[in-house]
Write a protein that binds this ligand. Structure first.
Ligand SMILES: NC(=O)c1ccc[n+]([C@@H]2O[C@H](COP(=O)([O-])OP(=O)(O)OC[C@H]3O[C@@H](n4cnc5c(N)ncnc54)[C@H](O)[C@@H]3O)[C@@H](O)[C@H]2O)c1
Length: 496
């Protein structure tokens, strides 16, 4: 029998985000993938203002769907039709999950799985959860971030008798209440956890540690959640295996590189109406995010400088045709500064004092830390709010810089995350759940694992189908020569 710990987990200060629900807005929020139609047209659901039930907290009223089920807590069940259309719209771009549904029509790899989930409640995650059910799982689901919840999607699920708890209550207590309703249910005990941020895992450790006797594994998506799992593991307190989906190669490449390559331009256009051609830009950090941003701006005719601390990434920047410079040396002349380092204090007051009039400053890396925004809150500088996500900071001599999203992650604050990118993560989550649920005894210990390379490759191959792409197969002779299986994995696990 597995060892079950009844414990008081002490997380380091910087990872205690779950203690404050409000800090979660900094996480990668799927709310930005909500299409305009989500917000413009909810005719079948009626407007929120017209809903008399708005006055009463769903916690305090009996919610019921058309089939008589009460096992959910959402904002307004009348939004269900609208939510169903949103889910169907997302399905069109989430072809890998739809393919997985087809591929497992006969064999149900999650039959017997009882998954308790705590993730964003959006059309895209709904496609994931409905896929898990098609694969044979029973699921209960709480929202990990009230701000990203699409109420109409929650309504569509509730109408289908899916136990979803996504009430946007005023207090932190409401948030944990939803999580608790998800786990604390008579006659049903989870055997898998799908988490995004670690809150569900934390709650089960804190309130229901006995449940870990039956839990076969945890699949975690966020950086914060992974930190917590590693912390538990180091302390010897992780009592089930966990798969870290965040660091799978497909996630890193698509989310960080391709998504940023697309969304940087969109975000800059939407916020600051910037013309890119001929503009001088400095991109700080040439990792995945920096590579994406630099490539997009270069393609639009901008002159791009790159700053780096790592000689390998710096050399890559040079080979890709960018000028490697120190920020302090180019900051006077550039029209735009974009931070992508994951580090802190990349742009500080001394840099901003040197910038020319109209210089745009924004962050695509780690929320709130890369630009020292607090150094701009001094009496001699005037802050002028221009429009959503755009502030002018005016110096006593009239010079102004344009600060976007107050230093938070620009694309998450002002743009959309393509459904296709979310599909990659969702597919990795589904495969990780299948892997942990079906793994023979002993394959995984009480530790944090990366998604096995073969499954990472499978995530990509399921997405290839979208492109009418034709993958070359190894011949027997080639496979033998390379020492590989014809069916993968094709690269060692350290290959990225
Ligand atoms: N905006 C988004 O949609 C999005 C998507 C994914 C990740 N991110 C975030 O972006 C950040 C970067 O992610 P990544 O995948 O590119 O990481 P990465 O580690 O691949 O790249 C960061 C690069 O910054 C460099 N760097 C660190 N300190 C520096 C400094 N002082 N000056 C110049 N360069 C410095 C590092 O050497 C590294 O090459 C992370 O915080 C990540 O969470 C944002």
């Amino acid at each position: 029998m597995r060892k079950v710990y009844s414990l008081q987990i002490q997380y380091p200060e910087q990872t205690r985000e779950f203690d404050s629900r409000l800090t979660k807005t900094g996480r990668r929020s799927l709310s930005h993938s909500i299409s305009h139609s989500s917000t413009d047209s909810n005719s079948s659901g009626g407007s929120d203002a017209e809903n008399p039930e708005d006055e009463v907290s769903p916690r305090d009223m009996q919610q019921i769907n058309s089939k008589g089920s009460r096992d959910f807590c959402i904002k307004n069940i009348k939004l269900a039709d609208f939510g169903r259309r949103e889910i169907e719209h997302a399905e069109d771009e989430m072809t890998a999950l739809m393919a997985l549904r087809k591929a497992t029509q006969v064999e149900k790899p999650l039959a017997g799985a009882k998954i308790v989930g705590c993730t964003h409640v959006t059309a895209q995650t709904a496609v994931l959860f409905e896929t898990l059910m098609v694969l044979g799982a029973q699921c209960r689901w709480a929202a990990c971030n009230i701000y990203s919840t699409q109420d109409e999607v929650a309504a569509a699920l509730a109408e289908q008798d899916f136990p979803v708890f996504a009430w946007k209550g005023e207090s932190e207590d409401d948030f944990w209440w939803c999580i608790d309703r998800c786990v604390n249910v008579e006659g049903w005990e989870p055997n898998m956890i799908l988490d995004d941020g670690g809150d569900m895992t934390h709650w089960i450790y804190k309130k229901y540690p006995h449940l870990f006797k039956k839990v076969k594994g945890i699949v975690e998506e966020s950086i914060t959640g992974i930190h917590r799992l590693h912390h538990l593991s180091k302390a010897g307190k992780l009592c089930v295996p966990a798969i870290n989906v965040n660091d799978s190669v497909t996630k890193q490449k698509f989310d960080n590189l391709y998504c940023c390559r697309e969304s940087i331009l969109d975000s800059l256009k939407k916020t600051a109406d910037i013309m890119f051609g001929g503009k001088q830009v400095v991109v700080c950090g040439y990792g995945e995010v920096g590579k994406g941003c630099s490539a997009a701006l270069k393609a639009m005719g901008s002159v791009v400088y790159v700053t780096e601390i790592d000689p390998i990434c710096a050399l890559q920047a040079c080979m890709d045709g960018f000028r490697l410079a120190k920020l302090v040396d180019v900051v006077r002349q550039v029209d735009m500064v974009i931070t992508c380092t994951g580090n802190k204090n990349i742009v500080v007051r001394e840099h901003m004092d040197l910038m020319k009039n109209g210089c745009v400053v924004c962050n695509m890396g780690r929320s709130n830390t890369e630009i020292d925004v607090s150094s701009l809150r001094t009496p001699e500088l005037v802050w002028q709010h221009v429009r959503a996500q755009v502030e002018h900071i005016i110096w006593p001599d009239g010079k102004r810089i344009v600060l976007l999203a107050e230093g938070r992650v620009l694309n998450l604050s002002s743009s959309t995350v393509p459904t296709y990118v979310l599909s990659i993560t969702a597919t990795a989550q589904a495969l990780a759940l299948i892997e942990l649920f079906n793994a023979p005894e002993g394959r995984y210990k009480q530790d944090v694992y990366l998604l096995p390379k073969k499954l990472d490759e499978y995530v990509a191959s399921l997405h290839l189908q979208t492109f009418d792409a034709h993958l070359t197969e190894l011949t027997d002779e080639q496979a033998k020569y390379m020492g590989l299986s014809k069916y993968g994995p094709f690269k060692p696990s350290f290959y990225r």
